[in-house]
Design a protein around this ligand. Sequence first.
Ligand code: T4K
Length: 405
Amino acid sequence: MNTSKIAWSVDNLAILGAPPVFVEPLHVGRPNIGNREVLLRRIGDIIDRRWLSNNGPVVREFEQRLAQFLGVKHCIAMCNGTIALEIAIRALELHGEVIVPSYTFVATAHALQWQAITPVFADIDPATHNLDPSAVERMITPRTTGIIGVHLWGRPAPIETLQELAKSHKLQLMFDASHAFGCTYGGRSIGQFGRCEVFSFHATKFFNTFEGGAVVTNDDELAKKMRLMKNFGFSGYDNVIYSGTNGKMTEVCAAMGLTGLESLDEFVVVNKRNYHAYRDALQGMPGLSLIRYNESERCNYQYIIIEVGVDFSLTRDELIQVLHAENILARKYFWPGCHDMYPYRAYYPHASMLLPNTNAIAAHGIVLPTGTAVEPETIKTIVRIIRSAAANPGRVRLAIQSIAK
Ligand code: T4K
């Protein structure tokens, strides 16, 4: 951080020509690293053992520990969350149309489209950013075979209502739980709902395995099928009994996962501290709201999302420019909605008419930096920049316009 900016005034804003407060880029999702020595020791053992992949002992231990932690019968570790979604979708034999939110990371939709299944986008509840069950019901057609709920930002989707809907329309229900590792719903771990749930352990997730993911389920048959699918369909040497792909997690990735799991509580403590620091610092700022977590449940607090309302003095995109000028690389997740991305925008040119809440939320959200690389002092500085820009919208806007010329 550039400490020459301790005595703060609006002229210190980089968008107005001052040097950026942060010398190094401040990212939204710096990876959390657990105990480095323990990790390196585990990696050393893997190298000594010369067993690097293909269901090795570290992957098996990782799967066992995760299943125990989540309170599920089966955990099938995979090379990433997208492949885990694709395998789960295939194992459930989804086809035709599957209802998903448009307000999600594009992998949720791509995992269907990649297998020639049509993702049908349903609108969200603006209060929760999760699927609105009445919008889901409106999108059901005779071709619908399933629903994929997403626990966006780690906040549970409307699990019970979606369950009832799936049951009454004879649809499969699964969840993209990529954001919700370590979260609970009604005191039960996310991972225990639907036919199966899928996690991402990408580097940017608060719990990561470099790249990685998992499908968890209580369904023995489904688990067996997915184990075959992730290993080309091999059942023992030379014996292919199923059509499959390569979805295997490596030993090194599992070592990262085991090590991270041992520090999970510390990661959550830091995320929660940061969430409270943002909440306190942003208090009373007109037009800006921080999305809230239900603290009576277990949460991972991994995303700090602010909504820039119409009564804020700057637009969302102007505020992003202010932050980027300071090297604060805030992100516009998840803008645009999937329906407005390639290839879906060509399939559904009029989708926006059915997705007013998705459009409104996607146009106003900003994700701010958090995680173990972010200190409360950093958060105070970020919010000071936001307040300063908000108090001087005219100058900021002029500066942005002159940069654009
Ligand atoms: N479903 C949902 C709901 C998801 O959010 C995701 C993934 C998936 C499914 C699919 O799971 P995976 O197949 O990815 O396991 C990122 C991640 O790549 C993606 O995993 C994540 N969601 C999504 C929300 O964010 P980008 O393209 O925005 O990430 P990127 O590379 O710009 O990185 C984000 C920030 O983190 C940057 O500010 C840089 C920093 N960073 C990144 C990496 C990779 C680091 O500091 N270190 C790193 O190693 O998609």
